[in-house]
Write a protein that binds this ligand. Structure first.
Ligand code: SIN
Length: 535
């Protein structure tokens, strides 16, 4: 290999440092050396910012069967039922282990304090540090990880591509932004835990680093990607002119928060008997309708009737963030509107977190094992991360026992990547990124129709691959972005029905004809889709 490309060998290569990345890294370290790659820092993941908590049937009055039923009922017919059963049962074990390892979920001498969110039939959401559950767990895992000598972390590391011949994965090529060099990482098992892609939407609850790169690099490597039309919108993101949008947790509605319109009228009674605690897709759509009917940019969440000292302690972080924007949530109504929140689709995996490519595994939001169906039940995502991260490592330990030789053609390809991006290229990337974020926001949002989706596709097609100078990281990020936006839009166009989070104005009902999945894969260098019946 050229002297310009440094080489590293590791047993387990973990791409991503959210909950599934950290959990799988820690567990994998019992079996071999681990390298974690993160394109930002450990504090930048979606999991770190997760406000809601973990849904788990741990209370005596609850049962895994109730949790299973709620997950299935919200998933609108497309859940992998065996997967849901695994998630609620093994999830309980994983949470009990976390408690043993020292995660302190909030509670008092009388027991744990369970929250409730939309679609849950009982209070079962565990939370920590008030509404900083993700941070509490990520901090504990990070501390443990730092103690393990066989785990290395590379921050500011951008994966340029996976080394794959479409049958096997051998590792990846990474750009180390601190040392400004390329590293070829050779691994026995590669675990993609890169999170979702909702940061590509103009209005999103995710950090902008959440751009779906993991999905794009996997499909490039020959993996199958599925269910991309299912993008979950969170009903209540902070929404004030000139301010950044951030998550206003659904748990606030669990505490009794009321949604009101600009006439100060509660409106959820027109949409669901469950009022503010209806499943998330129903509340998001209701808010969207209300805004559209009244020509407003937001509605309000009102907490003024609730115990202000409990709100300030249980939701300290939201209280402080809103205060910075001039809103005292114990006295003022909070302006909110829906924002892209969670990508239900992703890299198709089986229930052992295996992709169709040998030695390549995926878990967490980047993966689609089918547990969420067409709509994810609130606070099921951290649970999914724990369960399927462990399953990924168990599979890798069993199946990925040796280093396979990286084909020399793959190495040759990586040598030609340029490390330097011209300012012009960076500018071009940023302007496309802003334009695409508006396109998906305005034309591939909560309410979709054929005309808008076709318009979005025509905008996407204007982005061309750079053939002029050498391909570099910026080119690869732009192409990743184009792939993700295309997959969401085209899948949304193909699915001619409304189901879960996917709502078509022109096909407004759910149809049994659509009890199937749209799967994507590259054939002859072109993205192609196939349908598979729902099992
Ligand atoms: C929230 O706190 O509302 C988000 C929880 C989730 O997305 O599951």
């Amino acid at each position: 290999m050229s002297s310009k490309v440094k080489e590293i060998k590791t047993d387990f290569l973990i791409v991503g440092s959210g909950l599934s990345g950290l959990y799988s890294a820690l567990y994998a370290s019992n079996f071999g050396n681990v390298l974690i790659l993160t394109k930002s820092s450990i504090q930048e993941s979606n999991s770190y910012w997760a406000q809601g908590g973990i849904a788990v049937a741990i209370d005596n009055y609850d049962s895994v069967d109730f949790h299973y039923d709620d997950t299935i009922s919200v998933g609108c017919g497309l859940n992998n039922e065996v997967g849901v059963n695994i998630m609620v049962n093994e999830g309980l074990q994983r949470v009990l282990e976390l408690i043993e390892q020292g995660v302190e979920f909030d509670g008092s001498e009388t027991g744990l304090d369970f929250g409730i969110e939309g679609g849950h039939s009982r209070r079962r959401i565990l939370h920590a540090l008030g509404n900083e559950t993700g941070k509490a767990i990520v901090d504990l895992l990070s501390k443990e990880i730092k103690k393990r000598k066989n785990i290395k972390i590379l921050e500011d590391a951008y994966v340029m591509n996976l080394f794959s011949n479409s049958k096997s994965c051998f590792g990846c090529l990474v750009f180390d932004d601190n040392k400004k060099n390329k590293i070829a990482i050779h691994s026995k098992a590669t675990i993609l835990a890169t999170g979702g892609g909702c940061g590509i939407y103009y209005k999103s609850t995710n950090p902008s680093s959440t751009s779906g790169d993991g999905i794009a690099m996997a499909i490039d490597a020959g993996a199958v990607v599925t269910d991309m039309e299912f993008v979950q919108f969170h009903p209540t993101a902070f929404s004030k002119n000139g301010s950044q949008s951030f998550l206003i947790s659904e748990a606030l509605r669990g505490e009794g928060g009321k949604l009101i319109n600009h006439s100060k009228k509660r409106f959820m009674e027109n949409y669901s008997d469950q009022m503010e605690l209806a499943p998330r897709h129903i509340v998001a759509r209701a808010i969207f309708n209300e805004m559209r009917a009244n020509g407003e940019k937001n509605v309000f969440l009102s907490l003024k009737h609730l115990d202000s000292s409990r709100i300030k302690t249980r939701f300290k972080n939201i209280y402080e963030l809103c205060m910075r924007e001039g809103i005292d949530i114990t006295k003022d109504d909070i302006p909110v509107s829906p924002a892209a929140h969670y990508m239900i689709g992703g890299i198709k995996t089986d229930l052992f977190s295996r992709t169709n490519i040998m030695n390549l595994y995926a878990c967490g939001e980047v993966a689609c094992s089918g547990v969420h169906g067409a709509n994810r039940l609130a606070s099921n995502s951290l649970l999914e991360c724990l369960v399927f991260a462990k399953r990924a490592i168990d599979s890798a330990v069993e199946l990925s026992r040796k280093f396979e030789k990286i084909p020399s053609s793959l190495i040759k390809k990586s040598i030609k990547y340029s490390l330097v991006s011209s300012d012009k290229k960076v500018e071009r990337y940023l302007s496309h990124r802003i334009a695409l974020s508006q396109v998906v926001n305005n034309y591939v949002g909560i309410l979709r129709n054929k005309k808008d989706l076709l318009f979005a596709l025509s905008e996407i097609s204007t982005i061309k691959k750079n053939d002029l100078d050498s391909f570099d990281l910026i080119d690869s990020r732009l192409m990743n972005l184009k792939t993700i936006v295309y997959l969401i839009t085209k899948s949304a166009l193909l699915r001619e029905e409304s189901r879960g989070v996917h709502v078509r104005e022109d096909f407004s009902s759910q149809s049994d004809k659509w009890l199937k999945h749209i799967n994507w894969k590259i054939f002859n260098k072109t993205l192609r889709f196939t349908y598979s019946e729902h099992q």
